[in-house]
Design a binder for this molecule. Structure first.
Ligand code: CA
Length: 224
């Protein structure tokens, strides 16, 4: 019996991944980290620390340090913030409004750590998100692909894994949702093939949030 639906943010609620990819690739060039655009999409959802650490190990042969991560992540954020603000994902608002009308809890689960998050969500998605039903980069220790963020979301919403659906766009996000025991839907809004999402255990894969919005009434009835 479905009770709560958890939404990832970047690449699901906002069409922000091309900007994140560009910003990571530029910061990587500055520091010689060797990250490609493809790498950014494959590692989407990790914390900043975990992302940098993978590439220092791969290309510099050693783990990173907190000082290094602070410098590199600050540079990435500089590049990201210089780009125009990402637009809400087409179809997302219509989907969220249907889900709210149907009486399900809606939980935001993002690795992003921004203090202005709720204000922006309320501007783009009025009366959908609540501050007590959000898991952000400030809350987690491990982050995706660990199940931690989605398990934390279930605790906040007081629901069990079998009562939870997760909406994700990235392979590691799908892995996190599946590991937490949720019914995990992948919306493939990026450049990776569907197969990488299937390999992580996505229950279904749709090409867009609009497609999920159109399919929602049928999916809701199936999961009930
Ligand atoms: Ca994402």
């Amino acid at each position: 019996m479905l009770k709560a639906i958890c939404f990832d943010m970047d690449g699901v609620l906002y069409d922000s991944m091309p900007r994140h990819a560009e910003a990571w690739a530029k910061a990587s060039d500055d520091f010689g980290l060797g990250m490609t655009l493809h790498d950014v999409y494959m590692h989407e959802g990790r914390t900043g620390f975990s992302t940098v650490d993978i590439f220092t190990r791969r290309n510099w042969g050693r783990p990173t340090t907190h000082e290094e991560v602070d410098r590199i992540y600050a540079r990435k954020c500089e590049y990201f913030n210089a780009l125009p603000e990402a637009k809400p994902m087409p179809g997302a608002r219509c989907l969220l409004e249907q889900i709210r009308r149907d009486g399900f809890q809606i939980v935001l689960v993002t690795g992003s750590a921004q203090h202005s998050l709720l204000a922006r969500l309320n501007r783009n998605y009025p009366n959908i998100f609540r501050s007590d039903l959000m898991v952000t980069g400030f809350d987690v220790t491990y982050g995706k692909p660990d199940p931690e963020p989605y398990l934390m979301a279930m605790r906040k919403a007081c629901v069990k894994p079998e009562e939870t659906m997760v909406v994700e766009n990235a392979p590691l996000g799908v892995r996190s949702g599946v590991a937490a025991g949720a019914y995990t839907v992948a919306c493939n809004t990026g450049p990776l093939p569907d197969q990488v999402l299937r390999d992580e255990g996505a229950a279904i894969i749709l090409p867009s949030l609009q497609a999920l919005s159109d399919y929602w009434p049928q999916l809701r009835d199936e999961l009930a």
